[in-house]
Design a protein around this ligand. Structure first.
Ligand SMILES: *Cc1c(COP(=O)(O)O)cnc(C)c1O
Length: 470
């Protein structure tokens, strides 16, 4: 092949191979090991072998995929993949991603992506609307929840320090302090550290017995920092902590932030999209008071990686933090289209909104509401099963879909081996957790393929492992 264009015959061959791959992968899922039985020789070869001077062609590419890549890939879409907060991709995803690659719109400024700009605006509007953030709200799709939270903290910095762009953190003003809880995701620390705030200026406020940030201790910490001459500027609350699914008391935190003039960011990467479930909607009502919310369509909207989102109550503040004009990138403004490069750190950006739109339109929003509801119901079932088993201890109230379990009679050192055994025998991939000072096994149901039978199998096996330690 001396050109980068496929011939008509090669396109037909590639399309056929792709269709067969999608079908056979789907059909193989229930029987597929969740964690692959790694072929280390193959992996070492993948690492070291040189790329060929002469191409191996379409058939060669697909054969290699089948023989070496797929067998060494984790089956994220397996119905008993219950670790972390990681959903399987929805069924239209491979086609939407293929179309994204064909169109290859660059979502930096609108002229390179007019329809994409409008589609991204519509997706962002829909997301912001779920939380009734108001008429000035807007946002941007990001590569994930971590990125969204980092961009939110950047926006908060620019909003609190009008000279932040010019002088950064070096203006000689008092050090800024950010508050979050002990159960917050590490992405908050990572963002604060990489933005130059310093981990010393992050306060991890203790939580109550349901693992929610304690507002009284938050108020104390803010007062103590002010008394010490520091400058509180931002609170990152969590709507769905990664370990236990706890939802911080957003209303009282918002009251405190209003009194203290602090930016309120909510990390909703795991939990906030459960707003789609009727039974959980009320729980998220107070998110309307946030200045910004991080969301993850690649979790509970089951879009393939990567698709996160940041929605901001006053989108002008996001723009104030990220817009930089340059002569080579200036195009005439148009009221319909946005230049998304002005709303985040990236210049070249993929058309992530297409896969979100494809999912919402193909399946309809009701299907996602039902999927969220179903995950909640399955988690509640697992929580009830665990609570009822004499050998098992449920460590958290199951408010979303995370269930943390302790097995009686098992020492902390045994947990890694237990997790490996559960995965190896095909029961389920579950995750490790530390909660309330205790080591646990954590199941997180963020998987629309999981059934009640899967949940019962996991509960039965955990109970058996507790009763019969060997
Ligand atoms: C998943 C998650 C994140 C990180 O999101 P990424 O999309 O992986 O960057 C942050 N916070 C919480 C609570 C999460 O569950």
């Amino acid at each position: 092949m001396n050109s980068l264009v496929l011939s008509p015959a090669e396109r037909a061959q590639a399309a056929d191979a792709l269709a067969r791959f999608v079908d056979s992968y789907e059909e193989s899922l229930p029987a597929r090991p969740i964690l692959p039985d790694l072929d280390r020789d193959t992996l070492a070869k993948l690492l070291a072998e040189p790329f060929p001077d002469e191409g191996i062609g379409v058939a060669g590419f697909f054969a290699d995929l089948r023989d070496r890549i797929v067998p060494n890939s984790t089956a994220i879409a397996h119905p008993r993949f219950l670790a972390y907060v990681q959903g399987p991709p929805n069924g239209i995803a491979p086609y939407a991603d293929a179309i994204t690659a064909v169109l290859n719109q660059n979502c930096n400024f609108w002229q390179l992506s007019p329809a994409a700009s409008v589609v991204e605006r519509s997706v962002v509007q829909w997301l912001a609307g779920l939380f009734t953030l108001g008429p000035a709200a807007g946002g941007i799709l990001t590569n994930g929840g971590s990125g969204a939270t980092k961009d939110a903290i950047t926006t908060a910095l620019a909003d609190r320090r009008p000279d932040f762009r010019e002088r950064g953190l070096q203006s000689g003003a008092p050090p800024l302090v950010l508050y979050t809880s002990e159960e917050a995701h590490r992405c908050v620390d990572k963002a604060a550290a990489t933005l130059g705030l310093g981990l010393d200026h992050i306060r991890h406020i203790p939580t109550d017995d349901a693992f929610r940030l304690r507002v009284d201790l938050l108020a104390d910490a803010i007062a103590a920092d002010r008394a010490a001459g520091l400058e509180p500027f931002c609170v990152v609350a969590t709507a769905g902590t990664v370990t236990s699914g706890s939802i911080d008391p957003i209303g009282p935190i918002a009251d405190l932030c209003a009194r203290e003039d602090l930016w309120l960011h909510v990390d909703g990467a795991y939990g906030a999209l459960f707003v789609l479930a009727d039974s959980a909607r009320e729980t998220f009502a107070s998110l309307s008071r946030a200045d910004s919310i991080a969301l993850d369509p690649h979790k509970m909207l089951f879009t393939p990686l990567e698709a996160g989102a940041l929605v901001v109550k006053d989108v002008a503040k996001l723009r104030a933090a990220f817009a930089f004009s340059s002569s080579y990138l200036t195009v005439a403004e148009d009221e319909l289209m946005l230049d998304f490069m002005d709303y985040g750190p990236q210049l070249s950006r993929s058309f992530k909104a297409l896969k979100v739109r494809a999912a919402l339109r193909t399946f309809g929003v009701d299907t996602f509401r039902a999927a969220a509801e179903r995950c909640l119901r399955l988690a509640a079932r697992l929580g009830e099963r665990v609570a009822a088993e004499p050998g098992l201890t449920l460590l958290n109230p199951v408010s979303l879909t995370a269930v943390c379990v302790r097995l009686d009679g098992r020492r902390d050192e045994e947990y890694p081996e237990l997790l490996a055994r559960l995965a190896g025998e095909g029961t389920a991939l579950l995750g490790p957790a530390r909660l309330g000072g205790q080591t646990a096994i954590r199941a997180c149901i963020a998987n629309y393929r999981t059934t009640e039978a899967d949940i019962d199998l996991v509960a039965d096996r955990l109970a058996a492992l507790a009763k019969h330690p060997r």
